[in-house]
Design a binder for this molecule. Structure first.
Ligand SMILES: *[C@@H]1O[C@H](CO)[C@@H](O)[C@H](O)[C@H]1NC(C)=O
Length: 243
């Protein structure tokens, strides 16, 4: 059950796979085409604009309910950033007194929530972290009606890499195993604010294995003995659990 000991071997394996790939330009080209087509397929599966905008509003409502109407969120197309994902923070232009103050546009809901976090951090001195590393500190955010303006033309931040990956293969057992929905929602909100768009999603892996093994006539009872208990699933999945 020693997972640290497992990593050097794993890294060497990855390097052994990657080194020959890097030596061949045409293979690399094929790789980037494969990633491009995967990205396009993922784009096609995105929920509608209004679902994404209201999901981002949900994060704001849980994070800073007092400022729910201070922000306007809008999904924009990737053309705004030459085909990349980005967010844009600008001053909301309206003469009405009760109108939103800050407009955050993003190419996805995740870009919008990372734009919100960027604004709270760099314009309002806020801090959104895990509880162990400071938690949510938003007392410095000015009251609705007094939010600081950004420069006239607004601020555009482009995502430098397509994916921001989060977690390692054992987090699901070390940290999440007994979490309820409330704790998960908090973590997913945190991910959204940090711009994470590729979390590892291991939950339910055994269910798929159960279906595959049943096609080979392996009984449920034998499988139950084979799978690890909830707190040990990560190590059972990696095949380094004996007993
Ligand atoms: C599973 O059992 C069925 C029924 O006895 C049999 O027809 C089938 O060939 C078996 N499948 C495997 C993979 O052994």
């Amino acid at each position: 059950m020693n997972s640290y000991y497992y990593y050097p071997k794993f890294l060497i394996l990855i390097l052994l796979i990657l080194i020959p790939l890097c030596s061949s330009a045409s293979l690399l080209n094929q790789e980037s085409q494969a990633i491009e087509s995967l990205l396009n397929r993922l784009d096609a599966k995105k929920p509608s604009l209004s679902v994404q905008e209201s999901a981002a509003k949900g994060v704001l409502q849980r994070l800073l309910p007092s400022h729910l109407s201070s922000f306007e969120f809008k999904i924009i197309t990737k053309d705004v950033c030459g085909g990349s994902n980005c967010f844009r923070i600008s001053n909301y232009k309206s003469s009405s007194r009760d109108s939103p103050e800050i407009m955050i546009q993003g190419t996805t809901a995740i870009e919008i929530t990372s734009g919100l976090h960027w604004y709270l951090k760099y314009w309002c001195g806020g801090h959104v972290s895990w509880d162990k590393t400071g938690g949510t500190q938003l007392a410095s955010v000015p009251k609705p009606g007094s939010l600081p303006s950004v420069k006239n033309e607004g601020v555009v931040i482009q995502r430098p890499v397509p994916w921001n990956y989060y977690q390692n293969v054992v987090t699901s057992s070390y940290s999440y195993v007994w979490w309820d929905w409330e704790r998960w929602e908090k973590e997913i909100d945190w991910m959204a604010l940090q711009g994470v768009n590729l979390p590892l999603a291991f939950t339910g892996q055994e269910s798929i294995w159960q279906k595959v093994f049943s096609e080979f006539n392996i009984t449920k009872k034998d499988l139950n003995d084979f799978f690890g208990g909830p707190a040990f699933l990560a190590w059972a999945r990696m095949g380094n659990l004996h007993g």
